[in-house]
Write a protein that binds this ligand. Structure first.
Ligand SMILES: *[C@@H]1O[C@H](CO)[C@@H](O)[C@H](O)[C@H]1NC(C)=O
Ligand SMILES: *[C@@H]1O[C@H](CO)[C@@H](O)[C@H](O)[C@H]1NC(C)=O
Ligand SMILES: *[C@@H]1O[C@H](CO)[C@@H](O)[C@H](O)[C@H]1NC(C)=O
Ligand SMILES: *[C@@H]1O[C@H](CO)[C@@H](O)[C@H](O)[C@H]1NC(C)=O
Ligand SMILES: *[C@@H]1O[C@H](CO)[C@@H](O)[C@H](O)[C@H]1NC(C)=O
Ligand SMILES: *[C@@H]1O[C@H](CO)[C@@H](O)[C@H](O)[C@H]1NC(C)=O
Ligand SMILES: *[C@@H]1O[C@H](CO)[C@@H](O)[C@H](O)[C@H]1NC(C)=O
Ligand SMILES: CC(=O)N[C@H]1CO[C@H](CO)[C@@H](O)[C@@H]1O
Length: 573
């Protein structure tokens, strides 16, 4: 065996001329400029995504087990069954390993299936391995310094065996994950209790913060869910923590009918911690925890902190680490909430890394997990932080077809019906094709607005959002401070609570969890309240945007949930 590896190694050395470019980009993304070559001895922690055995078979299976009426509906796969689809072929493993061995490198598997492997190497080793030159790039706006390349190659014989090497051509977001949302009021120091500006009338000043208002708006039950082995997991990435004291103060004020000591379980992934100092309380986790524990009454909530902060704001690695942790569990949580969104072009996503992350979410879908993400607050897109305005830029990971994307609604003064919010992230992916489950619905929208191949947005792409919910909650406690904002993190938290409560009802009746929701959502759009007013232009860099229309639209999806109507649908499944 050793001998054959050595021989193959020789073959690879000899074949150095036959390299093919695997990924490239024209230049560094907006904001980054090249400082110089990366130091030769600096260690790079690279990871490789290997070609999976049968990824289209996995995708087909996800649709079968997630589509009501399909004979396989609800027959979710085990961890081992999923691994069979995503494991690389023995030939791929052998060839990739001998290539690495011939370069004096060793790989460690990152997943049970072995489709992701980690290889640490120096910059000079990486430059040789990938026939490239890693450079140091800096973003003067954020002072972020990263080692990346604009193009890299692998031996041509391995081109069909390696999907991507990461991080290489994808640059990290410069802290733009949570662009300052519209109309934020400065926090009031010292107080851990809301002021009297929260109205008792939910519609006055859009004071939807009290869970009682949200329960009334969407018919969400307030009685505790029956005991069931049901978990709603809330995501925190890269040192963004969920504060217990904030939650307790929130419950004391707004859920007098609940025990204010109701809390959440903590799960650490990759050394993630849950620092309880006020300064550690994260924006996303504050909203997520307060509007899940405070709304999904009686459901077990778990906070997953994926860390640690890498040497750059590398959220994509954190997303992968979290997904791979969930995939590794024999019984993953039934519902997962994730409120970290940015646009496809703002994070300079390569299609390969986007697809690799999305395929991790497909594995969770096959396991019966409802993965719920928000669509961010940039409306039709276009980061206001970049010099170059890229309009019609949809949010990732929302555009992955295996997650459920939640957009934002609001009540305008004197309105009696929700409208699509200006902030509501939505549009058409430039990476993922439109999946079958939304074909009829989205085609009808495109036809109604007269969109065609000459439209400035990508009519063939996966369209988001799928659903929406009110974003004007807007009160929350963060680090013992009051904070207010309008954000899709509220919308997604509210929707995840609805899903967790419906799942709980099914599990306690001995039925299977709802799993990947989108086929059900588009088959039962009538269980949602259609929202036909609103416009999502102007919150990003571009004034152009989509209009909410009758039926599905790229501002509000199929609409906001009606718990009672969804309950009827779920009882009959
Ligand atoms: C691998 O390591 C050996 C021993 O240190 C060295 O002689 C050889 O040149 C190295 N090969 C490569 C491809 O770096
Ligand atoms: C970047 O570093 C410079 C020099 O240390 C400092 O003056 C500036 O405030 C930093 N900018 C940011 C956004 O941190
Ligand atoms: C409050 O929310 C805003 C976003 O709306 C965020 O930038 C800020 O960090 C939050 N926290 C505090 C303590 O202001
Ligand atoms: C509504 O907002 C206005 C302006 O901020 C404020 O003066 C008024 O007191 C608020 N009303 C209620 C009932 O909270
Ligand atoms: C909440 O916890 C505190 C401290 O452990 C305890 O004193 C209090 O009685 C608890 N409250 C309820 C309602 O259980
Ligand atoms: C449009 O989306 C498809 C995926 O559906 C993608 O292959 C194509 O490159 C996109 N077009 C542009 C101009 O980005
Ligand atoms: C939104 O509505 C405006 C005004 O009717 C129209 O000009 C614009 O084209 C619409 N946007 C889209 C993307 O359909
Ligand atoms: C999007 C949004 O709600 N913007 C509002 C922010 O507040 C100003 C001043 O109150 C309003 O004029 C905007 O409409």
């Amino acid at each position: 065996m050793l001998k054959s590896l050595v021989l193959l190694g020789v073959a690879f050395t000899a074949a150095h001329a036959h390299f093919s470019v695997l990924e490239k980009r024209d230049g560094p993304p907006d904001g980054f400029s090249r400082v110089g070559p990366s130091p030769a001895n600096k260690i790079l922690n690279l990871r490789l995504a290997l070609a999976q055995n049968d990824i289209s078979g996995l995708h087909d299976t996800v649709y079968d087990v997630s589509t009501p009426g399909n004979p396989r509906y609800g027959q979710y796969l085990s961890k081992e069954e999923v691994e069979k689809f995503v494991a690389p072929s023995p030939d791929t493993v052998t060839q990739v390993n001998s290539w690495l061995t011939s370069n004096n490198l060793t790989a460690l598997p990152l997943t049970g299936a072995g489709d992701w492997i980690a290889v640490d190497m120096t910059v000079s080793q990486a430059n040789k391995l990938l026939a490239t030159e890693f450079s140091t790039f800096q973003n003067p706006n954020t002072n972020l310094t990263v080692d990346r390349t604009l193009s890299y190659s692998i031996p041509s014989s391995l081109k069909a065996k390696i999907n991507t090497v990461y991080p290489t051509v994808t640059f990290p977001v410069g802290g733009n994950r949570f662009p300052p949302a519209v109309n934020t009021t400065s926090p009031t120091p010292g107080s851990s209790h809301p002021t009297t500006s929260i109205s008792s009338d939910c519609r006055v000043n859009n004071s939807w913060s009290p869970p009682a208002c949200l329960q009334e708006l969407y018919d969400i039950p307030s009685a505790p869910a029956s005991p069931a082995a049901n978990v709603l997991a809330v995501s925190g990435f890269i040192n963004d923590f969920a504060n217990k004291r904030d939650l307790k103060a929130f419950l004391s004020e707004f859920r007098p009918d609940m025990n204010p000591n109701t809390s959440f379980d903590f799960v650490s992934v990759n050394g993630g911690i849950n620092n309880q100092l006020p300064a550690g309380a994260g924006f996303g986790p504050a909203i997520e925890i307060e509007y899940t524990v405070g709304l999904a009454t009686g459901v077990s909530v778990e906070f997953i902190s994926t860390g640690p902060r890498a040497n750059d704001f590398d959220y994509l690695t954190a997303f992968l680490n979290q997904a791979n942790y969930l995939i590794s569990l024999a019984s993953p949580p039934q519902t997962v909430l994730h409120t970290y969104a940015d646009t496809e072009s703002d994070i300079a996503l390569s299609p390969q890394i986007a697809e690799s992350i999305c395929n991790a979410y497909a594995q969770l879908a096959a396991r019966g997990v409802s993965y719920i993400v928000d669509t961010g607050v940039l409306g039709s897109g276009g980061s206001p932080f970049n010099e170059e305005c890229i309009p019609w830029d949809p949010p990732f990971p929302a555009t992955c077809p295996f997650v459920t994307a939640v957009g934002a609604t609001e009540f305008l003064p004197a309105e009696t019906q929700e409208s699509g919010a200006t902030a509501s992230g939505g549009g058409f992916s430039n990476i993922f094709e439109r999946p079958k489950y939304q074909d009829t619905t989205v085609s009808a929208y495109l036809k109604a607005v007269g969109a065609d191949a000459s439209s400035p947005f990508n009519i063939s792409g996966r369209a988001v959002p799928d659903v929406s919910a009110i974003a004007q909650a807007p009160f929350f406690l963060q680090g013992f401070f009051e904070n207010r904002t309008e954000h899709t993190a509220f919308s997604a938290s509210i929707f995840a609570s609805v899903v967790a409560l419906l799942t709980n009802e099914r599990l306690s009746a001995g039925k299977h969890a709802l799993g990947f929701l989108n086929p059900l959502i588009y088959l039962h759009a009538g269980a949602f309240t259609d929202i036909s007013t609103g416009f999502n232009g102007g919150n990003g860099c571009s004034p152009l945007g989509f209009n909410a229309t009758a039926g599905w639209d790229p501002v509000t999806g199929v609409g906001s949930p009606s718990y009672t109507k969804l309950q009827e649908v779920c009882t009959e499944l």
